[in-house]
Structures are given as structure tokens and as C-alpha cells.
Design a protein around this ligand. Structure first.
Ligand SMILES: [Zn+2]
Length: 198
């Protein structure tokens, strides 16, 4: 089980969860003046002459420029497609680590396929190279699910990204995490286990 007690919740300048970092990384962001501590942790760092409190929740002063997001703040990105698909290959139905995954266009770009939620699926490297530039009809593959834009927002993706359902979340963090999004992420993770094939 992940131990979030020794990690820092980083909020963007709009108070939205952005990252989870190690205590050390959060400490550096705060003491270098790039973030403000909103809630301090019970942990401290001591030198011979001083003691510093380590923050638990920090807010960045300048959030990185937002890349293209849709009306609900959802960003189409490699990481988010992998999260939507539960890191599971659309063709063989197996789960893989990041280094074995790729994105695949169902309708190849050469045939006018777009790079969007409806035409991109997670594929393992083997399946992707076997598929090449063929369409799924040519391959005779039938997908068990039609890819689409996730029916949930960035808060659920954040929970999925950090596997928040598997860790003990420090109580002060809960003020900044939407409970419905945490519950939805947990449901999605549980259904990944029961659906053998994507
Ligand atoms: Zn595969």
C-alpha cells in the first residue's frame, strides 16, 4: 500500500491537485520560493543549527502553462489515454508497464485517421508492430470496447494516475480531493481487474 504520509500534495495556482511529490522535492519547491505551504506535515528536517518544517500540501505560485484542454479541463495526452485504458493493450488484452506501451491509430493516419479519443487506443509494442498500418477490419480484430473520451474529469484521472485508492491518504489532503472522483477512480480500477479484455 502506498504511503502518502511521506509525500506532498502539490496544487496548481488554482488550488487543483497537480502532482504528488516526495517530501524532499516538495521541501525544495517551498524553500526555493516557488510554492507556499498550505498545510505542514508532522515531519521536520534538522541541521546542526536549525529545524525546518516539511510541508504536506503546497500551492505552486506559477502553474505551468495549460496545454490544450477541452471544456471540462480534460487533456488528450499519451498518459491520459493509458489511464483511460488501464495500461491494457486493446488487441491482446494484457496489461503492461509504460516502457512496453504505445499509442495506436485504429484508422491509420495515412487513411485519414485522426489523433483523438475515438481513434487512439493503447497497444503493446508487439501488437502495434503486428498491426502495422492495417485497419482493424483488415486484421479481423473486434474490439471489446469502443474508444471514447473519458466520461469523467481531470480529478478522476489524477486519482488513477497516483493510485490514490491503494494508499492511506493523509486526512488534510481530503480537503483538496473530490470524494466523488476518488470513489469513481476506485470503481474504475476495480472494473479493470474484472474485465479480462479491454
Ligand atoms: Zn498487445
Amino acid at each position: 500500500m502506498a504511503n502518502f504520509a511521506r509525500q506532498i500534495l502539490v496544487l496548481d495556482s488554482h488550488y487543483q491537485p497537480a502532482r504528488i511529490l516526495s517530501l524532499q522535492a516538495g521541501f525544495v519547491l517551498t524553500y526555493s520560493g516557488r510554492a507556499t505551504s498550505l498545510v505542514d506535515s508532522p515531519h521536520t528536517i534538522r541541521s546542526v543549527t536549525s529545524t525546518w518544517t516539511i510541508p504536506w500540501i503546497i500551492r505552486l505560485h506559477n502553474s505551468p502553462p495549460k496545454r490544450a484542454r477541452d471544456r471540462d479541463g480534460l487533456r488528450f495526452s499519451r498518459q491520459n489515454v493509458y489511464l483511460r485504458d488501464g495500461h491494457t493493450c486493446a488487441y491482446c488484452g494484457n496489461k503492461f508497464g509504460l516502457s512496453h506501451l504505445t499509442l495506436d491509430h485504429l484508422v491509420p493516419i495515412a487513411l485519414g485517421g485522426k489523433t483523438n479519443w475515438n481513434n487512439i487506443v493503447t497497444a503493446c509494442k508487439n501488437c502495434n508492430s503486428r498491426k502495422g498500418s492495417k485497419t482493424i477490419e483488415e486484421l479481423g480484430v473486434r474490439l471489446s470496447r469502443v474508444p471514447q473520451r473519458p466520461q469523467y474529469g481531470p480529478a478522476v484521472l489524477f486519482a488513477l494516475r497516483y493510485n490514490l485508492h491503494r494508499g492511506k491518504i493523509p486526512t488534510p489532503w481530503l480537503s483538496f480531493l473530490d470524494p466523488r472522483s476518488l470513489a469513481r477512480a476506485k470503481e474504475l480500477k476495480l472494473s479493470e481487474r474484472t474485465v479480462a479484455k479491454w
